[in-house]
Design a protein around this ligand. Structure first.
Ligand code: BES
Ligand code: ZN
Ligand code: ZN
Length: 486
């Protein structure tokens, strides 16, 4: 729980206090607190027993001088170097470390660079992210009670806090979906989860079943699903936030609930973690949730093709030919390059449903991890203006992206099948680019951004803004993009 608190009385506050301390500037409220504590803060600072280094948290005890028993002094470094992202990390760390209810004397974190309202939204978002837990299936839960956070300020920060919480919760929902194992989150489960959200917000939605996919000739999704006993789902949700506008942005996410690789089976070490191959769907849904809950004046179409990629006597084999929804034929030279097959039909469907631009997200290639590592999302576009706007949002959220090229020769490389229009996995060609080039064959001229999040959808270690595992990457960036361009 995070709440705004106005009219704080520094000396008569029962919860633990947290106060920001810059190394080159002492806030008036810091001085007031220091006075109430008989100048102990100044003394401890002089003796270097309180650190003003960024993110250092020093607890001290008030020993009856004020009502709060405990005060956390939060080091913030230099005022001019305190950025939004440092604020994120600081707030995340504070939320992770506190064991008890906390009143954050929020004015002390403000600098001339950023408005206190923006800081409040970021704080609420970061605290929400840092509080995310992954103990869903542990029989012994971490019984740490839920903690109350109060942002104490002269301003009423409740609206900003609400917005921050929405960004944080939507990201956490994406993380939750990602972390769910293959046997707990099938395509049917994913469809039910999203349908639940659509119903709650009274949005028009459709869960397309196999017979309709057959009628629409969705050979990509049906092909990948051939080896499975779980039925495929094409999940479509419509949000009309702006009836004035004819723009419809499709958010398309790869919803592969488990990727074994199919007959081109993954080795054991690569198969681990492939419950997260629906990370694109999770983040697309999270961004959609942000827009819906913020009531953004945009029109969105959430499109999620979902299935697992399994082996059976029915499964597709290398060399098989698939007839895609848009009429193109594909030779499946590698059954492990399945994401592009299901996304291709989702893209065709989104266009048929009136998408005027497309953002797709997918844990699409191992190659993007080789190229950019696990902290930078690989991006592609056919519309530089669109991309530049998006890149601005990613600067704000500090979710790094890097644009990779798509040349005409890359489209040509896909035309190497003897018998079909396209080859789903040309050998000896750049992997992340081939996947993007394949999608582009279906996007055609519709303005489009493709986000390959194979590396960034997961972290290997705990961090200030959450535990290891799913990151919910790009939820905040897409949310911000929609917020600032609407
Ligand atoms: N889901 C994988 C991509 C992936 C790899 C995601 C590692 C997360 C971590 C995708 O379906 C895949 O298997 N891609 C192949 C493509 C290749 C066969 C052209 C790959 O990257 O090896
Ligand atoms: Zn695969
Ligand atoms: Zn995959």
């Amino acid at each position: 729980m995070i709440k705004s608190k106005q009219n704080l009385n520094l000396t008569h506050e029962s919860t633990t206090l947290a106060i920001g301390v810059f190394c080159n500037h002492k806030h008036e409220l810091f001085n007031q607190l220091d006075q109430a504590l008989a100048s102990q803060l100044t003394t401890l600072l002089e003796q270097e027993l309180i650190s003003t280094k960024l993110k250092d948290i020093t607890p001290i005890y008030s020993l009856g001088k004020i009502q709060s028993k405990k005060i956390l002094l939060v080091g913030l470094g230099k005022t001019e170097e305190y950025t939004l992202d440092k604020h994120r990390q600081t707030m995340g760390k504070l939320a992770k470390e506190t064991q008890e209810d906390l009143t954050i004397i929020f004015e002390t974190f403000a600098t001339d660079n950023v408005s206190i309202r923006q800081l409040a939204a970021i704080a609420a978002e970061s605290i929400t992210l840092a509080s995310y837990k992954t103990d869903a299936y542990k029989t012994e839960k971490n019984d740490k009670k839920s903690i109350q956070f109060y942002l104490a300020s002269n301003h009423d920060l409740s609206e900003d806090i609400k917005r921050g919480i929405i960004y944080g919760e939507a990201t956490n929902h994406a993380r939750h979906l990602y972390n769910e194992p293959g046997n707990k989150l099938t395509a049917t489960d994913l469809a039910n989860y999203i349908a639940g959200f659509a119903k709650k917000h009274q949005l028009e939605f459709k869960i397309m079943e196999k017979p309709e996919m057959e009628a629409k000739k969705m050979g990509g999704l049906l092909g990948v699903n051939r080896g499975s006993t779980e039925p495929p789902k094409m999940i479509v949700v419509n949000y009309q936030g702006n009836t004035q506008s004819s723009e419809v942005t499709a958010l398309i996410g790869k919803g592969l609930t488990f990727d074994t690789g199919g007959y081109c089976l993954k080795p054991r070490t690569s198969m681990n973690g492939m419950q997260g191959d629906m990370g694109g769907a999770a983040s697309a849904f999270g961004a959609f949730e942000v827009a819906v809950r913020l009531n953004l004046p945009v029109n969105l179409l959430l499109v999620i093709p979902s299935t697992d990629n399994m082996v059976s006597a029915d499964a597709i084999k290398p060399g098989d030919i698939l007839h895609m929804m848009n009429g193109k034929t594909v030779e499946v030279t590698n059954t492990d390059a399945e994401g592009r097959l299901i996304l291709a039909d989702a893209i065709t469907l989104a266009k048929e449903l009136g998408a005027s631009r497309i953002i797709d997200l997918a844990t699409l290639t191992g190659a993007v991890i080789v190229a950019l590592g696990s902290e930078t999302t690989g991006t592609f576009t056919n519309d530089q203006e669109f991309f530049n706007q998006f890149a601005k949002a990613s600067k704000f959220t500090n979710e790094d992206i890097w644009q990779l090229p798509l040349f005409p020769r890359d489209q040509k490389s896909l035309r190497s099948s003897l018998v079909a229009d396209l080859n789903n996995s040309p050998v000896g060609k750049p992997g992340a680019i081939m996947a993007a080039a394949f999608l582009k064959e279906f996007v055609e001229d519709t303005p489009w951004i493709h986000l390959d999040i194979a590396g960034t959808s997961e972290t290997k270690a705990n961090h200030d803004l959450g535990p290891k595992g799913a990151t919910g990457v790009m939820v905040r960036t897409i949310g911000k993009y929609l917020e600032t361009t609407s």
